[in-house]
Ligand binder design. Structure first.
Ligand code: IVH
Length: 680
């Protein structure tokens, strides 16, 4: 295929894929199967690999991310990102309407929309292509987060042809749907990472992430609600929303044109009643004057437009009593205080418990057992205690003192400098820590022993059969057969766990199978603090085996990509404990893998004396894997393109900067295929 033919085919594929993406993500009405869609995408990716110079940052293949942004560039907004005047009351809303009425002196109409509880974004398009995405920042300047925003499927990278001006801006909100948020948090907890408090925090945290591949895996979504530019058509806001939709943006269908303030209030009431049914969080309704000419007439104050206002819902609150405080010990030993409350109905559920987070939060509230407390369900999923009604406190109620000893094993608790949480340091004998480690070890992303589960681990532990992870591999048929436990569940149902013939044989074969689990997963399964799935992979590929990792010093560890002080300190601490070393020894003797499986024939001299830079994602190698292969074959790898570079190996989603630099310096750009051929 010639370059021109490839260009034509790539353009055609991009238009087709964009159309299917729009049908799938925005209309929820796909016209081809996932398989057919993947074929189109694969064809595009293959062409872009063969002709890296034809790869555009707006290609739909770029949705998977790739670039690591070291620091976001701060850029000025062309039009400042204003905020909205807020109100919580009907009477203030009527005051707003009276002001609009006075200033306009004629008839007017409002558009009511949902106030999405996410993170606002400004999207800049030139000639139908997304060129920049900027966060609100201080309203005048924000961060350029384009690489991250490109990964969000509902943000068009290239617009559906229409009457859009050559340059314009769109304002909207990035958010995380609740279902995706819950699933992501479950995974984070499974991996021993801290869960996000609510979808908005998760969205903000994700957009600040420097690794756009990680952003691509997070379930972010978008709505747009405002179009600005010099030559924008459309005489009303509503018309412009319709135009935005036709160009490929996601615009909420929940909106209304209202002839007067009473219709606005009716819309607010409807939304308030049904908001729990939405799959995303909103915190109110935005009311805008519909006519653009009238908007211009009303103008702006220094902070906000006079033609719009936000009506915010009050967080739902209830009052109840604090009955007692429990202290829960997690897998890593962190102690979390939990409030037991007199049951109270709040926003659709009966609330009996609320987290108190940590000792600092408890102290700031000065909360005491017996107190009347206000609980609130805002954006947060778990209700929180907002305030204590001190006036109702019975005189003489004793102050709450955070426990000093572990509620499970009585070991004195410790608190590390600068950390909010108290820890039980008795890793080796504190029951919830032991059980938590075992449950983590068998989990799907670790050793994946699905014939064991939390309930069975509990039974094994109570019967004194497992304490250390290594004890799992000493289990035998005779030790397991006949074990039984009846568990009373919270809803009073009974659950019986019995170790019959079939269960036992499944457990033993599951354990046997786990001996072939790869090193990076074994490393993750050990449950070293802060070593999640991704970090374990990084460390395993970098150090190749547990011996090398054990010997790595703090200063050496932090030179590894994405390993900071906190993780490095935890790894060094783990290996300096003789108990952990003997655990690894026992696991190794049981047959677990503690080294990367080297592919045979990977070594050679074919690349001797050549210097490489790699960029993008590869089909047959991980990023570490390809670097490793270069080194094993005598080549050198550097991170940036210079006049000394011989080859730039271009993967999918190669950074455009690297490509430009390679072209400027006449560095040869090769595909993954060509690279494999070089190895012979
Ligand atoms: S209009 C000049 N519409 O609320 C008008 N804002 O304090 C620009 N928001 O920063 C804003 N949903 O992040 C508008 N349907 C909606 C919105 C919305 C959420 C956010 C936005 C803005 C904040 C206003």
């Amino acid at each position: 295929m010639t370059r021109d033919e490839a260009r034509a085919r790539i353009d055609h594929l991009i238009a087709e894929i964009n159309g299917h993406n729009y049908r799938y993500y925005q209309l929820a009405n796909p016209s081809i199967s996932d398989f057919e869609f993947d074929l189109l995408l694969k064809e595009l990716e293959t062409l872009e690999r063969e002709f890296p110079e034809l790869l555009s940052p707006n290609s739909p293949s770029q949705r998977v991310g790739g670039e690591i942004t070291r620091e976001f560039e701060t850029v000025f907004h062309r039009y400042p990102m204003l905020s909205l005047e807020n109100t919580y009351s009907e009477s203030e809303l009527r005051d707003f309407d009276a002001r609009v009425n006075r200033l306009l002196q004629g008839s007017y109409e409002y558009v009511c929309e949902l106030k999405i509880d996410g993170v606002s974004i400004s999207l800049i398009y030139q000639d139908g292509l997304l060129v920049r995405a900027i966060t609100r920042g201080d309203g005048v300047r924000g961060d350029d987060v384009t690489t991250n925003i490109r990964t969000i499927r509902t943000i068009p990278l290239r617009l559906t042809p229409g009457n859009y001006p050559s340059e314009f801006e769109v304002r909207g909100e990035i958010f995380m749907p609740r279902a995706g948020f819950d699933q992501m948090n479950r995974l984070r907890e499974e991996e021993g990472e801290v869960a996000f408090a609510n979808p908005r925090n998760a969205t903000a945290g994700t957009l600040k992430t420097q690794d756009s591949q990680l952003v691509a895996r997070r379930p972010l979504d978008s709505f747009v609600y405002y179009l600005i530019g010099e030559d924008v058509a459309g005489e009303s806001h509503y018309e412009r929303l319709t135009m935005l939709k036709s160009w490929g943006f996601k615009v909420s269908d929940i909106k209304a044109r209202c002839a007067g303030i009473d219709q606005v209030l009716a819309f607010i009431e409807d939304v308030g009643r049904d908001r729990a049914q939405l799959d995303f969080d909103i915190d109110g309704v935005v009311i805008k004057v519909n006519s653009i000419a009238q908007q211009e007439k009303l103008g702006y104050t220094a902070k906000s437009p006079r033609w719009a206002i936000a009506y915010k819902f009050k967080a739902e609150e209830a009052m109840t009593r604090l009955l007692s405080i429990d202290y829960q010990v997690g897998r890593t030993g962190a102690v979390t205080p939990v409030a037991n409350l007199e049951p109270v109905f709040l926003a659709g559920t009966t609330v009996k418990r609320a987290t108190l987070h940590n000792a600092d939060v408890m102290e700031a509230l000065d909360i005491r057992v017996g107190d009347s407390v206000f609980i609130e369900k805002g954006g947060e999923i778990i209700p929180k205690i907002k305030a204590v009604d001190y006036a109702q406190r019975v005189a003489g109620t004793p102050e709450t003192l955070f426990i000093q000893n572990c509620p499970e094993c009585n070991t004195p608790l410790l608190r590390a400098e600068g950390e909010a949480a108290w820890y039980c340091p008795n890793e080796l004998s504190c029951p919830p820590q032991i059980k938590g480690r075992l449950v983590h070890f068998i989990s799907r992303k670790a050793m994946n022993i699905d014939s064991l589960g939390e309930g069975k681990i509990e039974v094994l532990y109570e019967n004194g059969l497992v304490k250390s992870l290594a004890d799992l591999y000493d289990l035998t048929y005779d030790k397991l057969i006949g074990l039984e436990k009846i568990i009373q569940e919270e809803d009073k149902k009974e659950k019986r766990i019995s170790f019959r013939e079939k269960t036992v044989s499944n457990i033993l074969s599951g354990l046997e199978k786990s001996k072939s689990v790869v090193f990076e997963k074994v490393l993750f399964a050990l449950g070293i603090r802060f070593v999640g799935e991704t970090v374990a992979k990084k460390l395993a590929f970098h150090y190749r085996n547990i011996e090398n990792l054990r010997k790595a010093s703090l200063t050496e560890l932090i030179t590894v990509d994405e390993i900071g002080d906190k993780i490095a300190g935890s790894v060094v601490g783990y290996f300096s404990d003789p108990a952990n070393m003997s655990l690894i020894e026992r696991l190794r003797n049981s047959g677990l893998k503690f080294e990367i499986h080297e592919k045979p024939g990977a070594k050679g001299n074919a690349l001797a004396g050549k210097s490489f830079v790699v960029s993008g994602v590869f089909a047959n190698y991980s990023r570490e894997g390809i670097k490793e292969t270069i080194e094993l074959n005598g080549g050198k790898v550097s991170s940036s393109v210079s006049s000394k570079t011989d080859f730039l190996v271009a993967g999918e989603n190669m950074g455009p900067e690297k490509r430009r630099k390679a072209e400027d310096l006449d560095v040869k750009i090769i595909s993954e295929q060509e690279f494999t051929q070089m190895l012979g």
